[in-house]
Design a protein around this ligand. Structure first.
Ligand SMILES: [Zn+2]
Length: 391
């Protein structure tokens, strides 16, 4: 038994504890409480800073880590084109070695679990050997509705042949409403999915779903898909997703930038989780998500970094700091919740995102020179976090 003492302990599911102690045993939290109480054990003084549960990055793409600095930042549709071109030269060795470095960097900056979007599924054994628990969203792309059944069957067969990896769960996912036909999305919904999709990310997407035109129409034509008839007709990307039947409580949508009050009400009613990735949104010129509106409607929010092809790092705390700067009126506790238990709920990882008996003994520690008077404000001050793993 080790007793971790910090200036503050933020359990997230309860009020911050000044001079808190977390007792860990066998890779799990055994007890949390004030200094001078609790079970006997070896005392470990972490310092006067703030101890939090390990962060949960609900939307990233570890398999794109080798593209850091290669394709972004750029406006959104040109960035998509550049990304596809860059990926055509991928080799498994390059993808996997960069992904392993990204996993290590994410864990070092306090991330304990990820929702990781993947087409290739080449790095699952690397994930199992990393510090990260992972829900891998196996991403399907298919704009031609005549091939929707075939695409779905292919992805199911691909997942069925995977070797099980400890700490890694693979779920079906869709890429986006401009790359997956309404028919494919409806088939995925009928099969209980998808578990993730990029939605309401760019103005180009909103335009395409509204009238079938704009940059994505040109992009699909370039890809040899100009023959697929699509007239749009959706009031918004969220409405389009609703019409396809994919909005359900097991869904994590990434972005949600192009949303308004009616979308927020619908997302809240359907119990959908929204992973906000503000640094990626800014890098691709998409603007910031309307956080106050999402919160006012009661939408479940969590945070993601997106990939290193659009984001400067996989440091999840930096996403919370970015939102804190942009929306200073939002309660810091809401942002810390989104970075931790919000992501754990989105991914269905009951033993992550909180410090309490039975939780995984994986933490983020934000150092301080002396115990801060406002621990959550200190966490969002721009100070960096360090991952601490006792499992
Ligand atoms: Zn993404």
């Amino acid at each position: 038994m080790e007793r971790l003492h910090a200036g503050w302990v933020v359990p997230v599911v309860g009020p911050p504890l000044r001079d808190g102690v977390v007792a860990v045993d066998g890779g799990r939290v055994a007890w949390i409480g004030p200094l001078g109480e609790g079970p006997a054990g070896e005392d470990v003084d972490l310092g006067p800073g703030v101890l939090l549960p390990g962060f949960v990055n609900a939307h990233t793409h570890l398999e794109l880590s080798h593209l850091a600095g290669v394709v972004g930042p750029a406006p959104f549709v040109p960035w998509v084109r550049a990304l596809i071109a860059a990926r055509s030269g991928d080799t498994a060795d390059v993808v996997r070695s960069a992904a392993r470095m990204a996993m290590a960097a994410a864990a070092a900056s306090g991330t304990a679990a990820v929702g990781d979007v993947s087409n290739g599924l080449q790095h699952l054994a690397d994930l199992a050997r990393s510090r990260l628990r992972a829900v891998v969203f196996h991403e399907l792309i298919g704009w031609d509705p005549a091939r929707a059944e075939e695409a779905l069957a292919w992805s199911q067969a691909r997942r069925a042949e995977l070797d099980p990896q400890p700490g890694v769960e693979v779920r079906p996912a869709a890429h986006a409403p401009y790359s997956c036909s309404p028919r494919l999305l409806a088939l995925m919904a009928a099969a209980g999915g998808p578990a993730a999709i990029h939605l309401a990310e760019s103005a180009a997407e909103t335009r395409f779903l509204a009238d079938g035109g704009g940059e994505f129409a040109a992009f699909l034509a370039e890809r040899g898909l100009g023959h697929v008839a699509f007239a749009g007709g959706a009031r918004s990307p969220v409405d389009h997703a609703e019409a396809c039947g994919i909005l359900h409580p097991g869904l994590v949508i990434a972005h949600g930038v192009q949303t308004e009050a009616a979308d927020h009400a619908l997302l809240a009613r359907r119990g959908v989780h929204v992973a906000l990735c503000p640094r990626s949104n800014l890098a691709l010129g998409n603007g910031l998500p309307p956080l106050p509106g999402l919160l006012a409607a009661g939408v479940k929010v969590c945070l993601g970094t997106d990939s290193l092809a659009s984001s400067p790092s996989l440091d999840l705390l930096s996403e919370a700091v970015e939102l804190h700067r942009a929306f200073p009126a939002v309660d810091p506790a809401v942002l810390v919740r989104a970075a931790t238990v919000g992501g754990a709920e989105a991914l269905g990882l009951a033993d992550h995102g909180r410090i309490g008996p039975g939780a995984r003994a994986a933490f983020a520690y934000v150092a301080a020179e002396r115990p801060p008077s406002e621990p959550l404000a200190h966490v969002l001050s721009g100070a960096s976090a360090t991952g601490l793993f006792y499992d």
